[in-house]
Write a protein that binds this ligand. Structure first.
Ligand code: CP3
Length: 343
């Protein structure tokens, strides 16, 4: 299938583009009333994510409603621990919750490396339906959590401010930690390869809790495994988004991925210098800018675009969009990017 709009893929590969492509992390979701309607008809988040026709419907919504240059498959990073043997629930207003966690050797014996075709076939199906419905309009992004972020949830069993149980495990049981991280990495590689076989045009690895590790811990328990994932995906571009990992930008420049996502704390010229010009950069507007006036959103977005320079850039926020942001404000951001041209 030939894509009518392949700006995202060309920008990721470092080719020249007529304008900067734009999409938003967490674009498929609660900011859209149309999403909330489909979710309530499905009965809840997990029911929605595991029903391929409905997951495909909410994946396409932001393309139709917001006019973004890419769709991202509607799912969650937590389907990987589930496929490994730890089911989760999404508690309304609170977030994810796991009944079982991994704390001991005995717990490790009860889980397995995921077999995506058997355990995550609904995601493959949702990708195939989405590709059909997009009909080449924009590329489809697949994704997974990075091993360290998934490890954190498997140890903690829920979100946390400090993730101190997960960090403690790295300090007290490094061998055990490496075994679990290895299992997660293998599961993730298989899962992303399945997404690519099903039609994903680019894949993004989300390391949401990268920033809570020390630089040396991140090198040993974070980047090492992300690097294995990047090496294993070689037919589509890969984006690595490691939130808070400002201290590892130089090392990220050495990964075999095409794009590095920046959060809003990462200075743009510094990031370019540290990461080097062999990578495309994605980001990095502070999501809270979208609470501002239309004029302020335009001003901030143009400032960001100029700083990136209009080449090897994929415009996005510096993290996922917040649920109480108005879709009208999101459209102001998207239109500003689409109308901007470098001097
Ligand atoms: O980006 C997209 O639009 C695609 C879908 C997507 C979701 N989650 C759907 C979702 C993606 C890419 C994710 C990734 C994800 N999930 C991450 C990494 C990115 C990040 O934000 O750091 C993380 C850490 C999770 C785990 C997770 N899922 C949490 C902590 C929560 C609860 C908090 C929250 O943001 O709601 C979720 C729930 C979740 N995942 C929702 C959606 C749309 C909200 C569920 C609902 O509709 O009520």
């Amino acid at each position: 299938m030939i894509l009518k709009n392949d700006l995202l893929l060309r920008a990721a590969r470092g080719e020249k583009t007529e304008r900067v492509p734009v999409w938003l992390m967490r674009q498929a979701g609660r900011i859209l009333p149309e999403y909330r309607k489909v979710k309530s008809s499905a009965g809840g988040f997990i029911e929605l994510a595991t029903t391929p026709e409905l997951a495909a419907e909410v994946t396409v919504q932001p393309v139709d409603i917001l006019g973004v240059d890419a769709a991202i498959i509607f799912s969650d990073i937590l389907v990987v621990p589930e496929a490994m043997g730890l089911p989760y629930r999404m508690v309304e207003g609170k977030g994810p919750w796991f009944e079982k966690t991994i704390r001991s050797e005995a717990d490790l014996m009860k889980i397995r490396i995921a077999e995506p075709e058997a355990d995550l076939g609904y995601v493959a199906e949702a990708i195939k339906i989405t590709k059909r419905e997009l009909n080449g309009r924009v590329p489809l992004i697949g994704f997974a959590g990075a091993p360290w972020t998934i490890f954190s949830y498997m140890i903690e069993g829920a979100g946390s401010k400090t993730f101190s149980k997960a960090k403690k495990m790295l300090y007290t049981e490094p061998k055990f930690s490496h075994r679990l991280l290895g299992m997660i990495t293998e599961s993730t590689v298989r899962y992303l390869q399945m997404q690519v076989r099903s039609g994903a045009d680019l894949v993004q690895v989300f390391d949401s809790w990268a920033g809570i590790l020390s630089p040396s811990q991140y090198e040993e328990f974070g980047l090492k495994y992300i690097s294995k994932i990047c090496d294993a995906i070689d037919t589509v571009p890969v984006t690595v988004f490691a939130k808070g990992a400002y201290f590892a930008r130089k090392e990220m420049g050495g990964l075999s991925c095409e794009t590095i996502g920046l959060d809003w704390n990462m200075d743009i010229p510094d990031s370019k210098r540290l990461i080097g010009d062999s990578k495309t950069l994605q980001g990095n507007l502070d999501p809270c800018v979208l609470y501002g006036s239309d004029q302020e959103i335009e001003r901030q977005a143009i400032g960001m675009l100029k700083s990136f320079g209009g080449h090897r850039h994929i415009a996005n926020l510096g993290h996922g969009i917040y649920p109480d942001i108005s879709p009208e404000k999101v459209k102001v951001f998207i239109e500003t990017v689409k109308n901007w041209r470098p001097d």
